[in-house]
Design a protein around this ligand. Structure first.
Ligand code: HAM
Length: 427
């Protein structure tokens, strides 16, 4: 046990090989899917100027920053999310790139969160963004990638769904209900928390902070409970401001349906997203049983690039974390068993065969095989035990008589069968 003084910090993880394999399994799937959609991989620095987040991300994340003043007196922060870095990187170089820009990344992010299931103080987050395309086809494309990222790992429409909303539609609907423009931000903040608040407390906030009466709160609740667009259209569809917003969301759903992903999509106007920069369609992925926190969140943010000093480019994307996803995969038995594996373990019968064994090992490695051997002199029995423990598929025994005849003994570790092979023919 490490002494208390050197213990791992709360909310941080070690990745010994077994844990690392699980993380690599998830990240390989993410990378495969992003490449299949024609996206290019990028990264940025883990440390950024504090100002990048203070102005762009919104209060919730700013309260969770790991920030400090560096030795050059700069106010800096470990990145809590990737989107501001992406905006900054593109502000410098987007003019030279053909649009739409389709980039993905898998950064490790840091947030000083309250410890709870599914939330740590570091996590890896798959970020996929399309920059330079304002149409709903781009919104649908990134949602499809998020869905496919989970399908690639074996999850189905029975396991998770995308809950979809639109900040513009919500703004129009709140206008019809009678929310004043200057109370919209407060209304969004209460709606964002509504699943975590007792009903009477939320109603009090709608009354006191948003200024709604009982009738208006009733209409708001009916709207938030609507589970498909037809319900919303029936109640509010006649309104001039609402109709075009509804139409856009219909087109978005139609694109996902055309791809065959309709079963994964459901309307949920309670999704507004905590981050400050979203401007349009937003979505989160949740497990169907509702046991876990959000697996993924994203949406359209058309003004962020300009606000960071770049070209005014529309943008849409998501972040999908490895923590909740890892829990869901474990619950569904979808994490592959960890196995060590070697193609060959080379056993030297005595010190005299050492040089020949080293040569053989190196030749095999040059040809791409995974090879190990004992790093110190050991008896043959002990070496065979180590070979089995390390998951060797075959053992090559290099002995004095065999060497003289230019052969080695190959033992298949599954069948136990042995045969002599000319040393040049191995592998
Ligand atoms: P976010 O909703 O803050 O969005 O995070 C996205 C996902 O990252 C969450 O759904 C969750 O899976 C994971 N996540 C966030 N915080 C933690 C944590 N403390 N521990 C474990 N997992 C966590 C964003 O970060 C946006 N920048 C996403 C985006 C990209 N929007 C457009 N492009």
């Amino acid at each position: 046990m490490a002494s208390q003084e050197f213990a791992r910090l709360p909310g941080f993880r070690d990745f010994p090989p077994e844990e690392f394999a699980r993380r690599a399994h998830i990240q390989r799937a993410w990378r495969r899917v992003a490449r299949r959609y024609g996206f290019e991989e990028y990264d940025g620095p883990p440390l950024e100027s504090l100002g990048l987040y203070v102005e762009k991300s919104g209060e919730e994340i700013v309260g969770q920053l790991y920030n400090f003043v560096d030795k050059g007196d700069r106010a800096v922060a470990l990145r809590p999310e990737m989107t501001p870095s992406l905006a900054r990187i593109l502000a410098e170089r987007s003019r030279g790139l053909s649009k739409p820009i389709r980039w993905f990344s898998m950064p490790q992010l840091f947030r000083y969160e309250r410890a709870q299931r599914g939330r740590l103080r570091e996590h890896f987050q798959w970020n996929v963004d399309i920059v330079g395309e304002a149409g709903v086809a781009a919104d649908a494309e990134v949602a499809a990638i998020a869905i496919d990222g989970l399908r690639e790992l074996g999850l189905t429409a029975d396991d998770f769904a995308a809950r979809v909303s639109d900040r513009r539609l919500l703004t129009a609907l709140l206008g019809v209900i009678g929310v004043d423009d200057d109370r919209l931000g407060v209304a969004f903040a209460v709606i964002d928390k509504i699943d975590r608040l007792p009903e009477d407390k939320a109603d009090r906030l709608f009354a006191d902070d948003v200024g709604l009466d009982d009738l208006q709160i009733g209409a708001l609740r009916r709207m938030l409970d609507a589970s498909d667009l037809d319900d919303v259209a029936e109640i509010f569809g006649q309104d001039e401001a609402v109709a075009p917003e509804l139409q856009r969301l219909r087109e978005y759903v139609a694109v996902l349906e055309a791809m065959g992903l309709g079963d994964f999509v459901q309307l949920d106007l309670r999704i507004v997203r905590g981050l400050a920069y979203y401007t349009g369609i937003v979505f989160e992925l949740f497990d169907r049983k509702g046991e876990l926190r959000a697996i993924c969140g994203g949406g359209r943010y058309d003004r962020l690039l300009e606000r960071v000093g770049g070209e005014p480019l529309p943008a849409v994307g998501f972040g999908l974390g490895d923590v909740v996803l890892g829990e869901l995969l474990a619950d569904r038995g979808l994490i592959p068993a960890y196995e060590r594996s070697l193609d060959y373990f080379i056993v030297s019968v005595s010190e005299d065969e050492r040089a020949a064994a080293l040569r053989l090992a190196h030749d095999l490695r040059d040809r791409g095989h995974v090879v190990a051997y004992a790093l110190r002199i050991q008896g043959v029995g002990k070496q065979l035990k180590v070979a089995a423990r390390e998951g060797a598929k075959a053992v090559l025994i290099v002995g004095p008589d065999e060497l003289q005849r230019g052969v080695v003994v190959e033992r298949d570790m599954t069948s136990g069968e042995q045969q002599e092979i000319p040393i040049g023919d191995v592998g």
